[in-house]
Design a protein. Structure first.
Length: 567
């Protein structure tokens, strides 16, 4: 009897352990694959309850940032939420920008819609637009443009299917095409000079798909129709797509605690089936850990998706880059921004390096995002808790590479800290990603933060570092000349302040990003001490990055970067 009792007790303990273990696996599995679906009903904010506050913006010489999700009067709306932004910039006119996001009209409900706004002045101001199809559940926004400046908005709806909306005029999104799709879809459009220009590619998680167990489609007619679904093996998830200079397509993502990159040389070819490389072992990229998910700053969501990018510049053509927010296996760091490169179109990969330059293994660097400028510059941003250790308070950080990812600039803090646990819209996350588009002048960033106490969407323009054309210019750290521009960025007028250690003859010029003189502002003798020039003649100039050059009688040039914001 005692033996039977002991056996029974041991059996109960064993079953409890098994149940507990099974519940833990189920919990993690469900959390790991939490699908984007409608849980709560549509709950718009009643007009009598709608309150506003001033919109958030901040400007300095390193970055300018404006709030995107504002009302018709340009005010921030309280008690709503907006996250998971995606950005598209007209390649022919960078003043035309569209940002889409997950719009929650009321934080008491996680019902979301296809939020969107557009700018015609380079992101200085944003035009209010109602969600696409008001009252219809939509999530996972992904935007892009074609070479003609048409905007495309890929949006996930109920049933794990996607529609792609297309327009040239972002005040209206009436042109809609069914595009199969599924949860965590990503879309990219070919803008190369190849015959595949205009092709649209999309892939997603096959577990939650409009076409069961398939995860890829394409359009070869500029979005009029989409091919039947096909399969990218081995199903990388929570990643992105990129197009190489010859029209080849790259797909990346996490898979079985690894990172994968696959390439298709046939997706661009309308006459053959879409196939993907079979490198097997070599498709695995060792980023010294696995994709960071569901923890810390963003417990209900990803800590950043996986980014792949192909370099189209002459100097680095054929190079491919992979970036991910990684939970490190080698040192236990919960979230680092890790980078690897391939110089042979993705067949082999370099040893991974860490982009964030903090020394701690306890800080969270998350929502890592990468993009490449046509001139080959690689831009990377993320949000970082290093300034507030032991908390989840996060600030925007930036680093860039001018040599194909071999070396990186010192990390630069771009914002004040915010609390990512504020303003949750009945789900414990701030979306799953940020999105950035780079051109030679700088990086256009769409991101979310809680500076107003709720989740909001922000646009930032990060000016490019000094280019090769003006890299030999001495900066104003010298004791002979100290140069400053107040205010900077410049909206209407500014004061150029020059402090001289000795009297000298100076030529003061406004120079563009390529080192070309736009205007000579002064050419005269200046005395020892502080000299001031009032500058308010901006006629004929565009919003953008410029430099004030001060050349002394010895031919030495001192420079200061400015941002000009034309009303």
């Amino acid at each position: 009897m005692k033996l039977l009792y002991k056996i029974s007790i041991l059996l109960i303990i064993f079953l409890k352990c098994q149940i507990s273990f099974g519940q833990e696996i189920t919990k993690n599995s469900q959390k790991d694959y939490e699908p984007e679906k409608m849980d709560d009903p549509y709950m718009p904010m009643k007009s009598e309850h709608m309150k506003t506050s001033p919109a958030i913006y901040f400007l300095d010489s390193s970055i300018y940032t404006t709030q995107v999700n504002v009302d018709v009067d340009g005010n921030n709306i309280l008690n709503d939420a907006a996250n998971e932004p995606s950005i598209a910039v007209d390649p022919n006119d960078p003043n035309r920008i569209v940002i889409g996001w997950r719009q929650f009209d009321n934080i008491e409900s996680n019902f979301r819609q296809a939020g969107n706004a557009h700018s015609t002045d380079g992101g200085q101001s944003w035009n209010f637009t109602e969600p696409i199809e008001v009252g219809i559940f939509r999530s996972d926004p992904v935007l892009d443009t074609d070479s003609d400046g048409n905007f495309y908005y890929n949006s996930l709806s109920s049933g794990f299917f996607c529609d792609v909306f297309k327009t040239f005029d972002p005040t209206s999104w009436e042109d809609k095409t069914y595009a199969y799709g599924g949860d965590k879809q990503w879309m990219v459009i070919d803008k190369t000079d190849q015959p595949s220009n205009g092709n649209i590619y999309a892939f997603w998680k096959k577990q939650y798909s409009a076409c069961t167990n398939f995860n890829f489609t394409r359009s070869i007619d500029q979005g009029v129709s989409y091919d039947d679904c096909s399969l990218i093996i081995p199903n990388p998830t929570r990643g992105t797509l990129a197009i190489g200079p010859n029209g080849e397509v790259y797909a990346c993502g996490g898979y079985s605690n690894t990172h994968r990159v696959l390439r298709s040389n046939t997706a661009k070819d309308t006459d053959v089936p879409v196939t993907w490389n079979s490198w097997e072992v070599d498709e695995i990229v060792d980023l010294k850990g696995e994709q960071a998910l569901y923890d810390g700053p963003n417990p209900g969501g990803m800590l950043g998706q996986v980014w792949v990018a192909a370099n189209h510049s002459d100097a680095y053509s054929g190079e491919v880059y992979l970036l991910s927010t990684v939970a490190r296996n080698d040192n236990g760091d919960p979230a680092d921004i890790m980078f690897s490169k391939s110089t042979d179109n993705g067949e082999t990969w370099s040893e991974a390096i860490k982009i964030n330059d903090d020394n701690s293994t306890e800080n969270w660097q998350w929502f890592g995002t990468m993009s490449i400028a046509p001139n080959g510059r690689i831009d990377v941003i993320w949000v970082d808790t290093r300034d507030d250790p032991g908390t989840y308070l996060s600030a925007l950080y930036y680093s860039y590479s001018l040599d194909g990812g071999d070396s990186w600039s010192t990390n630069e803090k771009m914002s004040e800290a915010f609390d990512p646990h504020l303003g949750w819209p009945n789900q414990e996350k701030m979306g799953d990603y940020y999105h950035m588009i780079s051109n030679d002048d700088g990086a256009h960033l769409a991101w979310s933060a809680t500076f107003s106490g709720g989740q909001d969407i922000y646009y930032s323009f990060i000016p490019a570092p000094i280019t090769i054309g003006i890299s030999e210019i001495n900066q104003s750290s010298t004791s002979e000349i100290a140069l400053s521009i107040i205010p900077n960025p410049v909206k209407d007028q500014a004061t150029i302040e020059i402090e001289l250690a000795k009297s000298d003859y100076l030529k003061i010029s406004l120079v563009d990003i390529n080192g070309r003189t736009v205007e000579v502002l002064s050419n005269q003798y200046f005395t020892l001490g502080i000299n001031k020039i009032n500058w308010n003649d901006h006629l004929g100039l565009n919003t953008g990055i410029y430099f004030i050059h001060v050349e002394n009688s010895s031919g030495v040039i001192y420079s200061k970067k400015i941002i000009l914001l034309i009303p």
